[in-house]
Design a protein around this ligand. Sequence first.
Ligand SMILES: O=C[C@H](O)COP(=O)(O)O
Length: 248
Amino acid sequence: MRKPIIVGNWKMNKNNAETKAFFEAVDAVAASENATYGIGCPFTDLRTAQDNAKNLIVAAENCHWEDSGAFTGEVSVPMLEEIGIKYCIIGHSERRQMFGDTDETVNKKAKRLLKAGITPILCIGETEAQYDAGETEKVIRDQLTGSLADLCAKCVGSMVIAYEPIWAIGTGKSATKEDAQKCCAIVRDQVKVMYGEEAAENVRVQYGGSVKPENIVEYMACPDIDGALIGGASLKEASFIDIIEKTK
Ligand SMILES: O=C[C@H](O)COP(=O)(O)O
């Protein structure tokens, strides 16, 4: 039985004072036996978030695969481990499109995180042009083939995979629940093809792209959607609380 997981992704938003205020307002509401709630935040906010989180899980938004060295501006997995981080978003489309992340580097990040016992939240999803060209399934399968290469089945079963169609991110143009379900089922099937039935049964698949209080319930009712990765609607305390209360 998969436990739902709903994670906010703040991207490059919020300072320390705002992080503290958010966690003070939201953390108690996030206490739940039935689902896991969390926030992905900028590196500079991670410690403040950890210090103010009893119920919310805290996720980094990226990491490097090497442990240390001449990688200006990067943060390693041992650095995240040291402050108790248990989840890390990797391969977000904004990183793939603007900062050169590829399936190959995302795969290296996944390997290093899993070695440290940190759960990767692996993001994949097609562009609008690929959607229009009917290439969505191929893109999903190809990205997973590269990003999940050479891992162990148990590791993959422990991961979270966020299917985020790029055309739905920050646009208000969310996927229909039928399309989101279909694509999350493809994600699960590709995990089955690569790592077998048990990994596919255990891996948690999120939908992301203009998720908000008004549509979260319909996504969560879909059999292959185990949660959501939420950008804009995770920035305001009231809307994230609303999402938690509708899914607890
Ligand atoms: O990681 C989150 C996604 O990029 C979705 O962002 P959004 O909810 O603002 O569309």
